[in-house]
Design a protein around this ligand. Structure first.
Ligand code: TXA
Ligand code: MG
Length: 332
């Protein structure tokens, strides 16, 4: 039985106790819902991989509620990393550091680095504080499915599988945090998110780059016959970026240009077609895209046509998710 918990202090205390006991609790953050467990308890973290059906080489983000907790997790926190933390925490930005031995290898998928984030959502922070330890949390979806951005979407995947879900608010950002590797000379973005390079440079004066792997579109389509859906020639440094992602049951196709014409073509073939057109509103696209994929699935869509966005700023981050959900299928 999965318990539904509210966001009162008393209920967050109950959730914190479940985490201390090695259980799994899904909780809201400003980006997407997380599936949390005690980051320092290897058994508990293994249960996350099992619940999600997640490959064990795909590391977790460790969530903290105050900055001083970084010291117990990471070595060599650079000046640049400190400046970026000061400017963007709490918020939708994850930093990669060299990991200390206290963090189990299971949590970092065997890597010698650790991803750390201080979420901005008050419920998330209150839960981490109540648990009294850092919380490892990937997005609270079955591996490969769209990330959940509201409590109902979490239950769609996790009801009966995990101990509890905190029935909090819908996520205000709607796509996952930006992942910034601070272990090299120049900080580099391994996963684009709400916080863009332009925002980091404007607020801190620090120049960051997109990791080169992000520019690559795989030459072959994702091949589900290859076990974990890895793309052969696509080996990004953030292990999670190589897996098939954000896939609803319907076939997703991105459309550049006239989406009504594309709809008419699909419907002429007799296919039940859903449309996602956010115009130029990238904030709205970020907030709604994952939830809309799940909604159209429930409505029985066979084809989902998604209007592309300009790949600038936040638009680049959303297009990263849209392209993956479409298996890189784009028509003009
Ligand atoms: O917004 C978010 O980041 C959400 C909420 C719950 O905080 N979490 C999330 O976690 O999206 P997940 O597990 O779905 O994605 C984590 C990403 C993966 O692409 C993973 O490979 C990468 O971060 N990552 C984690 N630790 C890493 C490390 N040490 N080095 C490189 N990439 C890492
Ligand atoms: Mg995820």
């Amino acid at each position: 039985m999965t318990r539904r918990l509210g966001t009162t202090i008393e209920e967050l205390e109950v959730a914190g106790q479940i985490i201390r006991d090695g259980g799994l609790v899904a909780f809201p953050t400003e980006t997407v819902y997380g599936l949390g467990a005690d980051a320092l308890n290897e058994e508990a973290v293994r249960a996350i991989y099992r619940a999600k059906g997640r490959p064990s080489d795909n590391p977790m983000i460790v969530h903290i509620w105050e900055e001083s907790q970084v010291e117990a997790l990471a070595y060599d926190v650079s000046e640049a990393a400190r400046a970026v933390m000061k400017a963007f925490w709490p918020g939708p930005l994850t930093l990669i550091f060299r990991k200390k031995a206290a963090v189990p290898d299971t949590t970092t998928g065997g890597l010698d680095s650790v991803a750390v984030r201080m979420p901005g959502n008050e419920t998330a922070r209150a839960l981490i504080r109540a648990a009294g330890r850092p919380i490892a949390a990937p997005s609270a979806n079955i591996s490969g499915r769209p990330s959940p951005t509201n409590a109902e979407d979490v239950l769609e995947d996790m009801d009966g599988i995990i101990e509890a879900v905190i029935m909090g608010e819908s996520c205000t950002v709607g796509i996952e945090s930006t992942v910034l590797d601070t272990t090299g000379d120049i900080p580099s973005i391994l996963r684009p998110g709400y916080v863009t390079p332009e925002m980091i440079e404007a607020r801190t004066g620090i120049k960051v780059v997109y990791d080169s792997s992000l520019a690559r579109v795989p030459s072959e389509e994702l091949d589900p016959s290859k076990g974990a859906d890895t793309i052969d020639d696509f080996k990004p440094r953030s292990p999670g970026m190589k897996y098939k992602h954000y896939s609803p049951k319907a076939r997703v196709i991105l459309v550049k240009g006239d989406i009504e014409r594309a709809r008419a073509e699909q419907e002429a073939l007799g296919l039940k077609t859903g449309i996602l057109d956010y115009g130029r509103d990238s904030e709205e696209a970020a907030r709604m895209f994952f939830a809309d994929l799940r909604r159209l699935d429930r409505e029985g869509a066979e084809i989902i046509l998604v209007r592309t966005l300009d790949e600038e700023g936040l638009g680049f981050s959303i297009m990263n998710r849209m392209l993956k959900s479409a298996g890189f299928e784009v028509i003009s």
